[in-house]
Design a protein around this ligand. Structure first.
Ligand SMILES: [Zn+2]
Length: 395
């Protein structure tokens, strides 16, 4: 690792404080395989990983053109072409946007946001965990879970899927389709933002258990978890949007009913989620399941308020506020986690609104703005900007 000289000793001692090893960038695969990269640069624009170390450890086969204009890398049998002069890359003919490549002391380094995108194109999800570099804060003030406070991994969870339709109408609208549409739009919007790794729990119409969703978020080291839903009710007069965070006790009877419905894994089987039913979980599950999310409740509440506030600025349907209920999908999440109900499928005006692509874009804008605002707030609280090597001279 190379950073500014002045930072060296603090980083060195801080590294000792968190582990006995040299700082390294961790590449975490879905099967929990972890690859450590020790040769990297830290620049204002982010982390850059040594091509030769990546090649050896990930079995890539990089070939540089003689004029050093092109780099060809084979990853999982797919050829990625990188234009080293223009900092652009394509897989086949599809462009990838990433921070770029740098050459230091005759060696090539590639920005860390490159790999997740290349792997994602091939259906492989990876997370990049970066070491903490901060020379401003007192060493003793670093909490144990310092890494958790950095916002760089976002998981979006489109509610329901596969045999689980979620709320649905006789006219054929299904919650699972609309949540997927919103999640895909939100995903591509956030992927364009610098310094974010964005994952969806599903990118097609498939069934996932509620545990699989929060487990996935934990595995990729998510810093925020957003579960997207659309409400339904037996009376079509009920309408509006609301954002939830976890509580064992529901804010009101309606929230309790909703949590029970959302906690049903196979609501699609009986065709209609809109009828109140007795669903849920045992008392033991409630107590055990609550533990992971318990540590993040105040942040989940603050993030829920941020979302509800931004949605409130653009939505033309009633604002039902921030509420609490025992949602199973939030319980196992070991990070701030919220569940957004963007409206009622069973109310004609809400339905007209949330099925309109223009309104969907506005919803996505409000959610993306909430994430970016949250990231900015957390980064500022940590004084992270000062930690980068702004000169870029290294060593
Ligand atoms: Zn739902």
């Amino acid at each position: 690792m190379k950073v500014d000289k002045k930072q060296f000793f603090l980083i060195f001692f801080f590294s000792l404080a968190i582990s006995a090893q040299a700082p390294s960038v961790r590449i975490i695969f879905e099967n929990n395989k972890i690859v450590l990269i020790e040769d990297f640069w830290v620049k204002e624009s982010g982390f850059y990983l040594a091509m030769d170390e990546l090649s050896g450890k990930l079995k890539l086969t990089p070939v540089f053109s003689k004029d050093e204009q092109w780099l060809f890398v084979k990853i999982h049998n797919q050829l990625v072409t990188v234009d080293l002069k223009k900092n652009k890359a394509v897989i086949g003919e599809i462009p990838i946007s990433f921070n770029g490549v740098i050459k230091e002391n005759g060696k090539w380094y590639i920005s860390e946001d490159f790999l997740p995108q290349v792997y994602a194109r091939q259906g492989v999800k990876i997370a990049i965990e970066k070491p903490i570099l901060n020379h401003n804060a007192e060493l003793s003030s670093f909490p144990e879970k310092f890494k958790k406070d950095l916002i760089d991994v976002i998981v979006i969870d489109p509610g329901h899927g596969g045999i689980n339709f979620g709320a649905n109408t006789t006219s054929g609208w299904r919650e699972k389709d609309l949540t997927l549409k919103l999640a895909l739009k939100l995903g591509s919007r956030l992927r364009g933002a610098k310094g974010l790794n964005v994952y969806l729990t599903r990118e097609d119409d498939r069934h996932l258990s509620l545990e699989e969703r929060s487990d996935f978020a934990n595995r990729v080291g998510a810093d925020l978890f957003i579960s997207l839903h659309i409400n339904g009710f037996s009376s079509e007069t009920v309408r509006g949007f609301e954002t939830y965070f976890l509580s064992l006790k529901a804010s009101d009877e309606e929230s309790r009913r909703l949590a029970m419905l959302e906690n049903l894994e196979f609501s699609g089987l009986n065709g209609n989620q809109n009828q109140p039913v007795n669903g849920g979980f045992s008392e033991l599950e409630l107590i055990l399941g609550d533990m992971a999310q318990n540590q993040h409740l105040s942040e989940s509440e603050a993030f829920a308020k941020t979302i509800q506030n931004h949605l409130g600025q653009i939505m033309e349907i009633p604002n039902r506020g921030v509420k609490q209920a025992p949602f199973k999908v939030l319980m196992g999440a070991n990070m701030p986690a919220v569940l957004v109900e963007v409206g009622y499928l069973t109310n004609p005006d809400d339905l007209h609104n949330i099925t309109d692509p223009k309104v969907q874009d506005k919803i996505v804008y409000a959610l993306a703005t909430s994430v970016l605002e949250w990231k900015k707030l957390k980064t500022k609280q940590l004084g992270m900007k000062e930690s980068y090597d702004t000169k870029g001279t290294g060593k």
